[in-house]
Design a protein around this ligand. Sequence first.
Ligand SMILES: Cc1cc2nc3c(=O)[nH]c(=O)nc-3n(C[C@H](O)[C@H](O)[C@H](O)COP(=O)(O)O)c2cc1C
Length: 343
Amino acid sequence: MKTLFEATTIKGRTLKNRLFRSATWERLADGDGRLTPQLLHVYKDLAQGGVGAIITSALYAEARAGALPGQLGLYDAAGLDGHRRLVATAREAGALILAQLAFAGRDGVLWTANDPTPAVLAGLPDYFARGAALAREAGYDGVQIHSAHGYFLSQFLSPAANSRTDAYGGSSEGRRALLMAIYAAVRREVGEDFLLAVKLDCRDMHETPGVFEECLGAAKALDAAGIDLVEVSGLGGNKGICGGKKQVQSVFRAEAAAVAEAIAAPVILVGANRSPAGMEAIVNETAIAYFALSRPLLRQPDLPARWLAGSTETAACVSCGKCYDEAGNGCFFVRNAAKAAMA
Ligand SMILES: Cc1cc2nc3c(=O)[nH]c(=O)nc-3n(C[C@H](O)[C@H](O)[C@H](O)COP(=O)(O)O)c2cc1C
């Protein structure tokens, strides 16, 4: 019988439990994408709250690739000190930490998949490799390539969003060519020891037919190429699933289980994971190895520690979708409680 709180190892790096903090845009970096005291505080709370691994918010690795206000960057030596502090914060608490690397945004924030010329796309593997090199220099345990939620890379995998007729579209192989080239460039840059993860959509916001098949195909191809972790997500991430519409618990269980059956790399299931008993059942009934949480840890960063101490409580997060705030994303209820305490 497997448990949520048993330790596992990937390439010699130990995860003290099966829980990840899924990448979550905090909107707390300064105008240059640098660490602020408030942002560091978020990571301290997370690390001390007992989660096994933290995936940072989506980072941009070049100023022109930023897509969100208050987004953290990882693009030059001057920013490394801030990232080293995030890494130290995780490590002191015994948590792994991976940097999520993203390029541009969704729905054509900067570009859609159909806009850039092949020459521009040919430069993207280097963009991710440079970001990964900086992440390794900062001490991260690995990087996650953000190819989900309608963001730029995920558009390539979508038969609906990608209408290219060149080498980057037209067939499943073409649609995943960019992702595969990025993976290869990053791996070449950072070597075998650094953890490489990817976040993929198994369903999009419009439930477009074929998205799951592309996800499975990409996961298999990345697995054959040596990926270390595959996170299965969908329904638009912070734009869709987090919009307040209720979802069944562990909403992508079936898709993630099918991916986990098909590949050797461990699979992380994200999306409406709320109950420790539910997750423990999944880890025993399927080949899914890990669970990622975003919104529950905005409300209760110490939830993993509470579960470890024996609590069987379901996460207090009600998936209300009110996590977004110009002063910094976070839980609506925590924000209101803080305001009430100040009044
Ligand atoms: C405020 C907020 C910011 C998010 N930012 C990111 C992000 O930077 N990168 C990413 O891949 N997903 C992001 N997500 C999506 C989450 O990682 C996760 O996939 C989604 O919230 C579903 O998980 P949950 O039900 O545990 O919240 C964000 C979600 C929220 C609520």
